[in-house]
Design a protein around this ligand. Structure first.
Ligand code: ZN
Ligand code: ZN
Length: 334
């Protein structure tokens, strides 16, 4: 990774805005590109700026911009959908066939840059009492909010599992609690992360490296769990999810594996009639997520564990890549 001086981006379309970036969260997906150069079929051609969890201040607006003005503090939704394909027209802009997602190879350069140009529709105004570092967390949090919504049933009274308590697992935990989940069982291999999960309202936490988490949870919940959110992209977690669910239960798959194929017991998922639901980023949940942070239903302050100046971006990536120092979310301050 190296820093490069590049020309400032220019407003091209009348509905574009120029944004001065203030904060950028480092995502597990950015780190996948940094350490392995790819996520599945998406392969980086260098040089390529990553980054998509950003917030900043509007500097300039195109002539047709109506919703934001210079000086506005905004969260930047990294997904630019075409608005015209069958998916967009069906209300599934997150699986748009011509999507351009910031920091995604072959789509759009990332926002790990002092200035970016975006369509105004990707800008969401942040109220004064919410910091732009918190606002940057809207991107991962909206995936948790969306996953809970996509589950399709109210979580009130439900017993749920969250396997993996990194930023996405924590986002699911906080969203599930805000939705009234009765008991949330959280697992992770990093004890500091379990501590944060516990402080944030998890009913029970456990480390699969030091105990049989399936056994432990099923002792407390003999009828098993209603839904399990797989938030770490690990085969072990998928195996645990299958065992932890009650008949008719649902696995929500959010983690990004570094391997190509899941292995799942055909016998158990058939007998229990389990449902597998993949979660692709989020759909139309940005404003709701912003509102939940703004009105205090969800607090992300203690999830932002590290700040780095822009010049130290590489150190920030190394920290996140090595899961050092109990890092949950590291944020770049421009
Ligand atoms: Zn992200
Ligand atoms: Zn589309």
């Amino acid at each position: 990774m190296e820093m490069k001086q590049v020309p400032d981006p220019k407003i091209i379309n009348d509905t574009d805005v120029l944004i001065q970036m203030e904060n950028l969260g480092i995502c597990g997906s950015d780190v996948h590109y940094y350490t392995t150069g790819r996520i599945g079929s998406q392969i980086v051609k260098y040089p390529f700026p990553v980054g998509h969890e950003g917030a900043g201040t509007i500097l300039k607006t195109g002539p047709a911009v109506t919703h934001v003005k210079p000086g506005d503090r905004v969260f930047v939704d990294p997904a630019m959908s075409c608005g015209q394909c069958d998916q967009c027209l069906a209300g599934r802009s997150h699986t748009c066939r011509d999507t351009k997602f910031l920091g995604c190879p072959g789509q759009a350069e990332g926002s790990l840059s002092e200035y970016i140009v975006m369509p105004e529709k990707c800008c969401f105004k942040v109220p004064d009492h919410v910091s732009l570092a918190e606002a940057a967390f809207i991107e991962p949090l909206s995936i948790g909010v969306y996953a809970v919504k996509l589950y399709g049933n109210p979580l009130a009274g439900k017993k749920i599992g969250v396997l993996g308590s990194g930023p996405i697992g924590m986002s699911v935990l906080l969203s599930a609690l805000a939705d009234g989940a009765e008991r949330v069982y959280v697992t992770d291999k990093i004890s500091q992360r379990l501590r944060v999960a516990k402080e944030s309202g998890a009913y029970w936490t456990g480390n699969p490296d030091s105990e049989d988490i399936v056994d432990a949870i099923l002792k407390m919940e003999p009828l098993a769990l209603d839904v399990v959110f797989e938030c770490c992209g690990q085969q072990d977690a998928m195996d645990q999810a299958v065992q932890l669910l009650k008949p008719g239960g649902k696995i929500m798959i959010i983690g990004i594996p570094e391997f190509d194929h899941w292995s799942i017991s055909t016998d158990v998922i058939r007998r229990k009639e389990l449902c597998l639901q993949n979660v692709r980023r989020q759909n139309e949940c940005v404003q709701l997520t912003l509102d939940m942070i703004a009105d205090g239903r969800i607090n992300v302050k203690n999830l932002i564990t590290h700040h780095f100046p822009f010049e130290k971006t590489r150190d920030a990536f190394d920290l996140v890549a090595d899961y050092k120092d109990g890092v949950m979310k590291a944020v770049i301050d421009f």
